[in-house]
Design a protein around this ligand. Structure first.
Ligand code: AMP
Ligand code: ZN
Length: 114
């Protein structure tokens, strides 16, 4: 999508610190980390939010979770654990309208909302 920040990161028009990449999925470091490890995992395909995930995206979304597990293993935080957060829409606090999975790790994470 033309004016989407994360699509620009996918295209390399905006730099990012890449952690993982394949044909369908990109992971990069969050620019404003909320934990010692804060990685964003996104589909390369533009999907506006979780609310716009379609039936045809089911395999891709499953792949994002197995990719997160691979990233955890490769970066040494699989055993200690991590938290995955998806903010969806205005009330969910989503600011960048391209589906992304926050992966937080590297410390005992704070308050649980749910
Ligand atoms: P959300 O509030 O769930 O939409 O999260 C958007 C996230 O994108 C925030 O944690 C930001 O710090 C992060 N972010 C914004 N711009 C960039 C960027 N250029 N590179 C990496 N992360 C970014
Ligand atoms: Zn996009």
């Amino acid at each position: 999508m033309e004016d989407c920040l994360f699509c620009k990161i996918v295209k390399g028009e905006i730099p990012s610190k890449k952690v993982y990449e394949d044909e369908e999925v990109l992971a990069f470091k969050d620019i404003n980390p909320a934990a010692p490890i804060h990685i964003l995992v996104i589909p390369k395909k533009h999907i506006t939010s979780l609310a716009y995930v379609k039936k045809e995206d089911e395999i891709l979304i499953g792949k994002i979770y197995t990719t997160i597990n691979k990233i955890a293993e490769d970066n040494g935080f699989k055993e200690n654990g991590y938290r995955v957060i998806v903010n969806c829409g205005k009330d969910g606090g989503q600011e960048v309208m391209h589906l992304h999975f926050h992966v937080l790790a590297g410390t005992q994470l704070g308050e649980k909302i749910v």
